[in-house]
Ligand binder design. Structure first.
Ligand SMILES: Cc1cc2nc3c(=O)[nH]c(=O)nc-3n(C[C@H](O)[C@H](O)[C@H](O)COP(=O)(O)OP(=O)(O)OC[C@H]3O[C@@H](n4cnc5c(N)ncnc54)[C@H](O)[C@@H]3O)c2cc1C
Length: 469
């Protein structure tokens, strides 16, 4: 039998890889998906987005139960967590969706090959070969590299039962009594939020001057206020000097901005200081692919400097490491390989979402970035405390902040902290994508009573015309 030559071989089955594989199949290409792990889905499905959001939902329900009295529901004060059930529910959700991916691969005629994939060099006789450990090579006209990322560790540390990354912390045998989180980006604040809700004593240490340092400054301030209120001990501008094991857990020496060294002890420590691209041993050096610190450069169609080799997802230079970025890059690469229309990603139209309590979301420029770029800006801000749906759901924290161009009303950025912020941001992304102005959105009818009205009020407030404040 003649050897199969695929139209595209995709290395890695995370959001970037599986989306590219499905879209390639839908567009009539013959795809092959190579995955080194046991299951399909990558970081996002197996040890990232999905399991964390499952736990966050448990945390939310538990918080509501603890506040039962306020809603006229008696007897919920003593609600107890059943950790085994919480874990198995999370695992079932993950399993359901990884099986869903296996089904989608069959549906879209994607051949799945298990093993570690490596590039072997440029095209020979029109064909690229991916070496797969433990198997024969996969031949394809094009390759998409979608190998994702893994948690960075601090020097001298290795993950174990006390020093955790996103992987270990998702399968703890019991809820720790105390936890130190190093890093206050999305991963760090989400786990801090989860475990605080689960009655764990949480301390968060961030080296930069604020929590969620990539967000608009006002959102960082509001999160700090909220975390302090919840009893999450949050230190920013904190330099971690030493992490050592103690008899029963770990101890961290750190220096906050006041220069007075402090020591905190806890049962566990989560290291959430960023993610490194998985490109060290995939054979980049055998190609013309350009990379810096492991992050790969591509053109707007996700093609690297090596003709026929594309790259998507967390390994891409200059893009945020987010599942929805990987999804879209995968779709763009597959469409481009199929010769079908696609639209390059616009770096400025990518929603950022952090699912801690209170939730955070944003798109476009922060106020500071817009001012730095020399824009004459007008700000519209609307607090959830004045939104009737927020009163109904008993969640009054936070606000919507709109950054707009003063002259033309162009929406430059939208920043939300508060209830369902991560659901609400899609409207802002769509509006900005369609180049809607503040004036357009002021005449867009929003349903009542909804949280999305806070977005409407925020928009109106750019002109000082919000009805509700
Ligand atoms: C705790 C946590 C929570 C997160 N929450 C969110 C969220 O809520 N929303 C969001 O948008 N993003 C979230 N992210 C980020 C998101 O998970 C990543 O951006 C996304 O998974 C990147 O997709 P990817 O396809 O590039 O890579 P990955 O998902 O990392 O998948 C890469 C795959 O490639 C495989 N692989 C690697 N090398 C090889 C090889 N040589 N051969 C074969 N297979 C290989 C790996 O086994 C893996 O399956 C979260 C991340 C973490 C850690």
């Amino acid at each position: 039998m003649a050897e199969t030559i695929y139209d595209v071989a995709i290395i890695g089955s995370g959001p970037g890889g599986y989306t590219a594989a499905i879209r390639a199949g839908q567009l009539g290409l013959k795809p092959c998906l190579i995955e080194k792990g046991e299951r399909l889905g990558g970081t996002c499905l197996l040890v990232g987005c999905i399991p964390t959001k499952a736990l966050l939902f448990n945390a939310e329900i538990y918080d509501h139960l603890k506040a039962g009295k306020e809603f006229g529901i008696e007897g919920t004060d003593g609600a107890k967590l059943n950790w085994a059930t919480i874990q198995s529910r999370k695992d079932k959700i993950v399993l359901k969706h990884t099986k869903g991916l296996e089904f989608l691969m069959r549906k879209n005629k994607v051949d799945v090959v298990k093993g570690y994939g490596r590039l072997t060099g440029p095209r020979k006789d029109g064909v690229l070969t991916v070496e797969v450990q433990g198997g024969s090579g996969v031949k394809a006209k094009n390759v998409i590299l979608a190998t994702g990322s893994e948690a960075k560790m601090l020097p001298g540390l290795e993950p174990d039962d006390r020093v955790l990354t996103n992987i270990e912390i998702l399968s703890l045998k019991s809820i720790p009594k105390s936890l130190v989180v190093v890093g206050a980006g999305a991963v760090g604040v989400e786990f801090a939020s989860i475990y605080k809700s689960f009655d764990c004593d949480v301390t968060i240490l961030e080296m930069l001057p604020r929590l969620v340092p990539l967000e608009d400054e006002d959102l960082s301030k509001e999160l700090m206020r909220s975390f302090n209120k919840r009893g999450i001990k949050s230190f920013v501008g904190a330099k971690v000097e030493k992490i050592e094991k103690t008899k029963s857990g770990i101890a961290v020496n750190f220096t906050p901005p006041d220069g007075q060294q402090q020591r905190v002890e806890a049962e566990k420590i989560l290291i959430a200081v960023g993610r490194a691209p998985n490109t060290a041993s995939v054979g980049l050096e055998k190609t013309k692919i350009k990379a810096e610190r492991g992050f790969v450069y591509t053109d707007e169609w996700m093609e690297t400097a090596e003709p026929g080799i594309y790259a998507v997802g967390d390994i891409i230079a200059g893009f945020p490491q987010l599942a929805h970025v990987a999804f879209m890059q995968g779709m763009v690469a597959a469409a481009h390989i199929a010769g079908k229309p696609a639209r390059p990603l616009n770096r400025n139209r990518i929603p950022n979402c952090t699912y801690c309590e209170p939730q955070i979301s944003s798109v476009g420029m922060s106020e500071a970035a817009a001012r730095e770029a020399g824009r004459d800006v007008k700000i519209g801000k609307f607090p959830f405390s004045a939104n009737s749906k927020a009163s109904i759901v008993g969640s009054h924290e936070g606000f919507v902040k709109v950054v707009a161009d003063a002259q033309y009303g162009e929406v430059l950025g939208v920043h939300i902290i508060g209830p369902q912020a991560t659901e609400m941001i899609a409207e802002a992304v769509a509006a900005m994508d369609m180049e809607a102005t503040v004036d357009d959105l002021m005449f867009t009818i929003h349903p009542h009573p909804t949280l999305s009205e806070a977005m409407f009020d925020g928009i109106e407030n750019v002109y000082g015309l919000s009805i509700n404040i």
